[in-house]
Design a protein around this ligand. Structure first.
Ligand code: PLP
Length: 414
């Protein structure tokens, strides 16, 4: 299905984006104009179950009424002061967030990539000032097939050719090891290692759940060698994977937690690095900053976003609905589906490579009222808003079952 199938009015908006926008995405041909909870509507009035949630940024659902109220109240009061002054939203938000994490301090930024960059800077300065590593020699260990964002530093340690090949020269100081292998981590540590940066479940890589015991093991290895254990929970955290944080599935104690996406309740970009005094105390005024970081609007919305996660028990909902999802899809035909995997409401279906491509199945789902997106060629991610109703999950299961009942060749025969 290409632009021809999009209705005339959809086409108008799609053409504008094509003509005047950079082509750095390949979206489905749907133009969304409205959303509520787990549902969105296109400009023709067709309703869809949103099973992407803006890459897990919409855990609280679209246009949550409490966030709407906070937005309106805060918009009429004050939105941005800069960190040159204090504001009355950041402090209460910091207290709430650090308590939720069981940690001491947090540093607010805007996007996920900026929070990752911040964690890298913190780890390096901690290495130089506390571990006395020779200046400019700090190393951070990362994992193959990681995704931590799109800045030049972060793509320097990506293993995805398209994300990095034409964007060098690269930033040094990173070493990549296989994911899911704690022994590989221990072997890669040198006297100059300052930290290990990892995703508790690899998101963009295709929802790769590490082997049992991995999270606890990496946490122990980091402690044993006095390096910072840095969990990027931007996609997995805040209830998405069926716990408040995905690392909590095991006895894993990160030194730094990186948050973003759902931290702003889908209303506002806000991200953060959260950690302990021993590490945060190395930061001095002027070391780091952001014009918008910690702004009143972001902090007001994030307080409500966090409150919704706790009050509506979103981690527990995600846990239960996730089990229902994977149970419901346990018996898909193996000629089409290679694997159904995930935790909580962070799930993926991997298609047999000779059965068709992700894009083809995404489009079949779209026709039937489900929006989901392939990651790489053969994996489709299913990550609906955590507020979703049971009945919506049943609709998802029934529809997905139908769509994955046939190979692409069989669908095209009909
Ligand atoms: C999305 C994501 C990021 C980057 O966040 P942006 O807000 O897009 O910069 C970083 N790490 C992980 C694990 C992510 O899923």
């Amino acid at each position: 299905m290409t632009n021809q199938n999009a209705s005339e009015i959809s086409k108008k908006f799609i053409d504008l984006a094509d003509k005047f926008g950079a082509h750095n995405y390949h979206p489905l041909n749907v133009v969304i104009t409205k959303g509520s909870g787990e549902w969105v509507w296109d400009i023709n009035g067709k309703k869809y179950l949103d099973m992407l949630s803006a890459y897990s940024a919409v855990n609280q659902g679209h246009c949550h009424p409490k966030l709407q109220k906070t937005l309106h109240e805060q918009a009429g009061r004050i939105t941005l002061t800069s960190r040159a002054f204090h504001n009355d939203q950041m402090g209460p938000w910091l207290e709430q967030l650090t308590q939720l994490c069981g940690m001491d301090k947090a540093l607010p930024m805007n996007t996920g990539a900026e929070a990752v960059e911040t964690a890298i800077k913190i780890a390096r300065k901690w290495g130089y000032t506390v571990k006395q590593i020779p200046r400019h020699k700090a190393e951070i260990i990362v994992c193959d097939h990681n995704f931590h964002g799109r800045t030049t530093t972060i793509v320097s340690f990506s293993s995805e050719p398209q994300y990095k090949d034409d964007f060098g020269p690269y930033c040094g100081g990173f070493r990549s090891i296989p994911y899911g292998d704690a022994q590989a981590l221990e072997s890669a540590i040198t006297p100059n290692t300052v930290g290990f940066l990892f995703e508790p479940i690899q998101g963009e890589a295709g929802i790769i759940v590490p082997p049992k015991g991995y999270l606890e093991a990496v946490s122990q290895v980091c402690k044993k060698h006095n390096i910072l254990c840095i969990a990027d929970e931007i996609q997995t955290g805040l209830g998405r994977a069926g716990k408040l944080f995905a690392h909590q599935y095991e006895n894993c104690k990160p030194d730094l937690i990186i948050l973003g996406k759902a931290l702003g309740g889908a209303y506002y970009p806000i991200s953060a690095v959260v950690g302990y005094n021993e590490v945060f105390n190395i930061l001095k005024p002027g070391d780091h900053g952001s014009t918008f970081g910690g702004n009143s609007m972001a902090c007001a919305l994030s307080q409500t976003a966090l409150k919704i996660i706790v009050e509506e028990k979103l981690p527990e909902r995600a846990y239960d609905l996730g089990n229902k999802f994977r149970d419901g899809l346990a018996n898909l035909p193996t000629k089409v589906v290679k694997d159904v995997r995930g935790k909580g409401l962070l799930n993926a279906i991997e298609i047999q490579h000779n059965a068709g491509k992700g894009r083809f199945y995404s489009e079949l789902l779209q026709e039937r009222g489900i929006l989901a997106k392939e990651t790489h060629d053969f994996t489709i991610r299913f990550a609906p808003p955590l507020v979703m109703e049971e009945a919506s999950m049943q609709f998802a299961i029934d529809t997905i079952k139908e769509v994955f009942s046939k190979t692409q060749a069989e669908w095209l025969q009909k």
